[in-house]
Design a protein around this ligand. Structure first.
Ligand code: 3UK
Length: 517
């Protein structure tokens, strides 16, 4: 499928609404809190759209969503799209200062937030210059000037005409972290949703109407928005949402047992956490699953085989990125090389090149470039950075890859110092500044280190100030110190005390010298 196959004036709410003619009464969304049919979902989307228009939200404006995965997240998302506005899916794990930056950068006037996340914005309320309306999901009377979501949409009409959006109009904005500096805003157009759904979910993965998806990747990641909302609804299938954190393996297994999905989208870290439980196959019922997906970081072959042995299920590992919206190199049911990312998804072109953009022969490791109609156009408010990443028609992914004689692609790390931990970006610089804020630390460097499951986790090399001696207790204290300063998944799992760090002549820390191997 190509963009030109879509109508010139296309709105991605069609992914929901095309279901109304033939399967309006089918359950579209399952969750512990609410269940919605396609008709109910469409009605609530229209109510939200009307309520947003009443707040004077216009085409092209942003609306921020900071919520656990729930029916209201979905209604808010498609409500925003339908009126031609741009949905900003915010990361629920971020700290208040990151929220403050993003709300300022995207200039959302309306913030739709889950009650459970209110503490994350209390400290920054005074800094939220652009936000004029806060809508609170999760029941109960809202405090101060905030509006309660249910009351806000209650008297709105379930009729709403779709905004005349161009297929190239932006519809969603996601923020992705970099090594230094602020997160990068990545905009996608309405066309990118059906194109990624068709090219990967239908043509490669074989998603079908009878499927029921469940993703541990949350809806604020495009991995989650695609895998667990846009793709199932594109083919008339249903999705299962879980508000609880996916870090806890029991939450994931209980949800599978209770809601019986056929497809599980998961990260390698979460597969490893489940495999670490001795008796999960006996305690939980995974018999509804027919196929699993892994993305966000590389899936080691040992985890692929461990999962196959214990569950009998095949896992499709595919690499995606926010800049392309979804998966662009993937294994395929019936054609899997455990440990590899598979082959380019038809519709995406890829190249492996040296530092001067010359194509490299098979077997050599180089920089991965991708060409696609779904590539974002730029990073919002970051022209310098954009020019380095969006090189003509090619996207510089920052990933190192090699392709074997049979055409399978193998991930060989990153060309920057960024780490993917549990499928989520971690900047070594951010972890280093958390560690350096401890009074015993002179300087430090954070790099990726492979754990016993073959997964990358942060490791800190620390130089202590005079008068402080290395000890296990101090190592633990530094890790606890990080937990207070930054999101917990970013904390170092190991601390190694060293007398000095390797540096360039100009004093720049050479993190690559401390990596494994
Ligand atoms: C890494 C992988 C090896 C790689 C994503 C599926 O992860 C997603 O998007 P992000 O923008 O990160 C992109 C980067 O993550 N990566 C992702 N998947 C794999 N590395 N094997 C993999 N299977 O460094 C890539 O550049 O957070 C994943 C769908 C949508 C997504 N946004």
């Amino acid at each position: 499928m190509k963009a030109a196959d879509l109508p010139l004036y296309y709105n991605a709410v069609n992914i929901l609404e095309h279901n109304l003619t033939t399967r309006a009464g089918k359950v579209a969304l399952y969750s512990a809190e609410r269940e919605l049919t396609f008709q109910q979902a469409a009605n609530e989307v229209n109510r939200v759209g009307n309520a947003l228009k009443r707040l004077d939200v216009r085409m092209g404006e942003t609306v921020a969503i900071l919520s656990l995965d729930c029916a209201e997240w979905v209604a808010a998302y498609f409500g925003v799209l339908k009126i031609g506005a741009i949905a900003v899916g915010m990361n629920t794990l971020s700290k208040p200062q990151e929220h403050a930056y993003i709300l300022r950068d995207c200039r959302a006037r309306v913030l739709i937030i889950h009650r459970a996340l209110l503490p994350a914005i209390e400290p920054i309320r005074a800094e939220m210059d652009f936000v004029k309306h806060i809508i609170v999901i999760g029941g109960g009377p809202a405090s101060g000037g905030d509006l309660d979501y249910a009351g806000w949409i209650k008297n709105e009409s379930t009729e709403l005409s779709v905004a005349p959006t161009h297929r190239d109009d932006f519809c969603c904005l996601n923020y992705s972290s970099g090594t230094t500096g602020e997160p990068k805003g990545i905009l996608h157009a309405h066309k990118d949703l059906p194109i990624t759904a068709q090219l990967w979910a239908v043509n490669v993965f074989g998603l079908r109407e009878s499927d029921r998806t469940f993703a541990t990747a949350k809806l604020f990641f495009t991995f989650g928005t695609g895998g667990n909302l846009v793709f199932p609804w594109y083919v008339g299938a249903s999705c299962v949402l879980m508000a609880a954190p996916p870090r806890i393996a029991a939450n994931v297994l209980e949800t599978v047992t209770r809601f019986k999905p056929t497809i599980l989208y998961n990260s390698p870290t979460s597969y490893a956490a489940i495999l670490a439980m001795d008796d999960f196959q006996e305690k939980y019922d995974l018999s509804s699953l027919r196929m699993c997906v892994s993305a966000g970081e590389s899936l080691p072959a040992s985890i692929w085989h461990g999962w196959k042995e214990r569950t009998g299920l095949d896992t499709i590992d595919g690499i995606g990125c926010t800049e392309l919206w979804h998966i662009f190199i993937s294994n395929k049911p019936g054609d899997i090389r455990p440990g590899s990312s598979g082959k380019p998804v038809p519709g995406y072109e890829v190249r492996i090149v040296d530092e001067d953009f010359n194509d490299l022969p098979r077997g050599q490791v180089g920089n991965l470039l991708v060409k696609s109609e779904t590539t974002a156009l730029f990073y919002l408010h970051k022209s310098e950075r954009s020019r380095k990443t969006f090189v003509g028609e090619w996207l510089f992914t920052g990933d190192k890859y090699t392709v074997d004689e049979e055409g399978y692609y193998w991930h060989a790390g990153r060309s920057d110092d960024m780490l993917k931990v549990g499928g989520i970006w971690v900047s070594p610089v951010e972890v280093e500044s958390a560690i350096i804020s401890h009074p015993a630390v002179l300087e430090c460097a954070v790099v990726g280190h492979t754990d016993s499951a073959g997964l990358i986790k942060p490791k800190a090399f620390v130089v202590l100030k005079d008068g402080h001696a290395p000890s296990d207790a101090l190592a633990r204290e530094l890790i606890d110190h990080c937990k207070e300063k930054i999101a917990e998944y970013k904390r170092p799992r190991w601390v190694e005390f060293v007398p000095e760090l390797p540096k360039t002549a100009t004093g720049k820390i050479q993190r690559f010298k401390m990596r494994d191997g």
